[in-house]
Write a protein that binds this ligand. Structure first.
Ligand SMILES: Cc1cc2nc3c(=O)[nH]c(=O)nc-3n(C[C@H](O)[C@H](O)[C@H](O)COP(=O)(O)OP(=O)(O)OC[C@H]3O[C@@H](n4cnc5c(N)ncnc54)[C@H](O)[C@@H]3O)c2cc1C
Length: 474
């Protein structure tokens, strides 16, 4: 070893969780070491949220052009230069990268080491030629694409989120394996940009979301020309000719068929990065679903904590950042940190977007028994009509007394519309609070207020009787 470092906090992984933690710890002048063996910024910046949303934004422009004629605007047809789309994605990453850079973190006083970290024992980590002993370690090593065991797949140069955004040429026919958020977002985006797209899912698409709302997205993708194969098992994959691939599938009714394409994108979920860390030497318990954490996000080793995707819990950047922020409490102030999972919002960035916050309907019914479900269709909204974006609905789930438990929205900008509900849920607000809110007209957000108001429809007899009684006094 050429260097020995003693520090307060040693963070392994400079993705959403690790960076949040290192930046916050350094703000409190706590000596911190941050170890990263790949790109600063982790999955979200380099292979996840940022490039995928940049691609979706490009694809949305194509959709806008197609919609333009309904507004009396003749915009012609889109001519996609995919190398230009690639350059756009790279420039968006480059614009955000300085926030996550080694230079910025070094400037904040964090010692950044660009090596692979592994535990030597319960109190020591090795990173290249450096040995680090710390009062506390935080494992924030994220996740990698889960590759399913499919006969023939290994012999094919398939794409994952780690290679997809390097493409400079539009795939002629993309076969997406997996109908979760990533698969659905990418299927729609590539279809809009001009690829033929087939998507194969062994269950139903967007299975983590409510079927009633997810169906709006499902139908839109089909209408835009994505060939969806749900309830379909993949039997094997093979090359087809010089440039093609063939995916042999079995439908729910037992029939077998071939789905042909030119490239395969594997989007079948995530695998926590627990390998090569020598966690056994640290006494940290883990399995293929992730590192086990207990109270205060602590592992079996009281010096070691884990946050973000590596715990296998909830694979979202905002969750990783939230957990990392919470972890400061036990790390710096010796107070408890209990993540409030019930408050987690999430969004699938298809068009329409699908957003959720709080309890799902099924969870709400399980925990509260009788619940009220309030719906309002986007089609009834004036702004949505003006914009010709009338697809979707909002659904509020409340207790019998009107306390908000969960919210689902499917609408073009559902991801933006969910924000006040995330706050309302964390403050345990009631539909009355939402009704009392003055919203600007015309905005699509008004659908939420209309749904809240429907809590009092029909008007309760008691309220009618009171109005009748008061009329007597002139
Ligand atoms: C295509 C795609 C789109 C997504 N879109 C969204 C979205 O829109 N919104 C959202 O909230 N989430 C999204 N996600 C999920 C989001 O990217 C992850 O939840 C988030 O990046 C997790 O952060 P993390 O800090 O736990 O891990 P990561 O960001 O993966 O960071 C972990 C870091 O640890 C490093 N590392 C691993 N092992 C070691 C080691 N032994 N030594 C040193 N360094 C190591 C890795 O190189 C990596 O940089 C998306 C994911 C994908 C794949």
């Amino acid at each position: 070893m050429t260097e020995e470092i003693k520090t307060d906090i040693c963070v392994i992984g400079a993705g959403s969780a690790g960076l949040t933690l290192a930046a916050a710890a350094s703000a409190f002048d706590v000596p911190t070491v941050l170890i990263e063996n790949g790109r600063m910024g982790g999955d979200c910046l380099n292979y996840g949220c940022v490039p995928s949303k940049a691609l979706i934004a490009a694809a949305r422009h194509v959709a806008h052009l197609r919609e333009a004629s309904a507004f009396g605007v003749n915009a012609g047809s889109a001519d996609v230069d995919f190398a230009g789309v690639h350059a756009h994605i790279r420039s968006v990453i480059a614009a955000i990268a300085p926030n996550d850079s080694q230079a910025r973190f070094t400037g904040l006083g964090v010692r950044v080491i660009r090596e692979r970290a592994s535990f030597q024992d319960r109190r020591t980590v090795i990173a290249g030629e450096t040995r680090i002993s710390a009062r506390r370690f935080v494992i924030a090593t994220g996740s990698s694409p889960q590759i399913p065991e499919i006969e023939g797949l290994e012999g094919i140069d398939y794409l994952t989120n780690e290679t997809l955004f390097d493409l400079t040429k539009l795939p002629t026919h993309l076969v997406v394996i997996g109908g979760g958020p990533v698969g659905m977002e990418m299927a729609q985006a590539f279809r809009r940009l001009g690829s033929e797209v087939s998507l194969v899912e062994r269950g139903r698409v967007l299975s983590h979301d409510d079927p009633e709302l997810a169906d709006h997205v499902r139908r839109r993708l089909v209408a835009e020309g994505v060939a969806l194969h749900e309830e379909t098992e993949i039997l094997r994959v093979a090359r087809r000719g010089r440039y093609g691939v063939r995916v042999h599938v079995k439908k729910a009714d037992g029939t077998e068929e071939a789905v042909d394409g030119t490239q395969i994108l594997v989007a079948t979920g995530r695998r926590p990065n627990v390998g090569r860390l020598d966690l056994d030497k640290a006494g940290v318990e883990f399995d293929e679903t992730g590192i086990k954490v207990g109270a205060n996000l602590r592992t079996g080793n009281r010096r070691v904590y884990a946050v973000g995707d590596v715990t296998g819990a909830l694979n979202f950047t905002h969750w990783a950042g939230y957990e990392a922020g919470l972890l400061l409490r036990p790390l710096l102030f010796r107070i408890g940190a209990r993540p409030k999972r019930d408050l987690l919002p999430w969004v699938t960035y298809t068009d329409p977007e699908l957003a959720h916050a709080g309890l799902t309907l099924a969870e709400a019914e399980r925990r509260h028994g009788h619940v009220r479900v309030l719906r309002w269709p986007v089609a009834e909204n004036d702004r949505a009509r003006a914009e010709r974006q009338t697809e979707g609905l909002i659904r509020l789930v409340t207790t019998r007394r009107g306390r908000l438990l969960g919210v689902d929205i499917v609408a073009r900008n559902a991801g933006e519309m969910i924000a006040p509900y995330a706050l309302a849920l964390s403050k345990r607000l009631n539909v009355r609070d939402m009704m009392g809110m003055i919203l600007p007209y015309p905005t699509v957000s008004e659908v939420g207020k209309r749904a809240a108001t429907s809590f009092y429809v029909p008007v309760p007899n008691k309220a009618k009787a009171l109005a009748r009684f008061l009329r007597r006094f002139g």
